[in-house]
Design a protein around this ligand. Structure first.
Ligand SMILES: [Zn+2]
Length: 153
């Protein structure tokens, strides 16, 4: 896309740039290291690393990441399945420590220890989590885990 009409620096532009080009919902800013870790090799070769990138968490949207030039990265272009966009029970909610929907459900419903949330918290306390590179949303999974557990109960 040509940027001859770019209005960079204007407030109106920066706010519309935060919207997913596909579903028009505001995304969450992610660090570039997250895309570097998540994009498939051929796609990584097209990354504009100098731009700001956003994560789209809309369930029915095929776009996972987009940048301020509205370049999009689709579900099929990243290495893992995205929790927010995939109902399969084998998809992780906590990517760092392998808590899939299936496993969380089993532990919670049967009261098996460790409780997923406590297990994750413990590992966070030991500074073992690596959400920036393991989780496609690029940030802590704990909120997703607790809301998934809430859905179950
Ligand atoms: Zn979207």
């Amino acid at each position: 896309m040509s940027d001859c009409c770019s209005t960079k620096g204007q407030v109106s532009e920066s706010s519309s740039n935060e919207l997913c080009p596909s579903c028009n919902v505001k995304g969450k800013k992610v660090k570039i290291i997250t895309l570097k870790s998540m994009l498939k090799p051929t796609i990584l070769g097209t990354l504009n690393a100098g731009l700001t990138h956003y994560f789209c968490s809309s369930k029915d949207c095929n776009v996972v990441y987009y940048d301020t030039d509205k370049k999009t990265y689709l579900k099929s272009e990243i290495k893992v399945s995205v929790h927010q966009k995939d109902n399969a029970t084998v998809v992780p909610v906590c990517y760092c420590f392998g808590w899939t929907k299936e496993k969380i459900k089993k532990y919670v419903e049967n009261g098996i220890t460790p409780n997923p949330v406590e297990h994750i918290r413990e590992n966070i306390n030991e500074n073992r989590c690596g959400c920036e590179v393991n989780n496609p949303q690029g940030s802590c999974c704990l909120g997703n885990v607790t809301s998934y557990i809430k859905e179950l109960t």
